[in-house]
Write a protein of this length. Structure first.
Length: 142
């Protein structure tokens, strides 16, 4: 099994707000460049077994994953099905107090196929872009 992809950042808000923005306000900050549909709504259903879904303006749905752990405001774990050769991957996001706000740690684990190493660079770039947008949104939306 390959080493998981890890990303860390500090956002300047408390843990409860960081968790809420990441999960409940996902649609407001998730970049348009990282969506399947040009106009869509992203939803992460707040419970174990909940769906992570993108819904187009025309009503089409693309299931992106399923919530496997829901521990507000500390942790969320979900599967991620990006629609690539990697198959289903797993994303864990944790939130901890930090002197400057909240430390957010993302751990993205390999999928169900053998092409994780081929796609890892794309996931790294994607997480960098997605987390930068998340950080900026938490800074602006107080």
């Amino acid at each position: 099994m390959s080493e998981p992809l890890r990303r860390r950042l500090v956002v300047r808000c408390d843990v409860e707000r960081a968790f809420s923005v990441f999960t409940a306000q996902l649609d407001a900050w998730w970049p348009a460049s990282h969506r399947r549909f040009r106009e869509s709504v992203l939803t992460l259903e707040p419970r174990v077994g909940g769906r992570f879904v993108e819904r187009s303006a025309a009503g089409e749905e693309w299931e992106l994953g399923e919530v496997r752990a829901w521990d507000p405001p500390r942790r969320v774990l979900y599967t991620w099905v990006p629609g690539s050769r990697v198959g289903t991957t797993e994303v864990e996001v944790s939130f901890r107090e930090d002197a400057e706000g909240t430390l957010v740690e993302v751990t993205h684990r390999e999928g169900t196929s053998e092409s994780w190493d081929e796609s890892r660079g794309r996931f790294e770039r994607s997480w960098d872009a997605v987390l930068a947008t998340f950080r900026d949104f938490t800074r602006e939306a107080r």
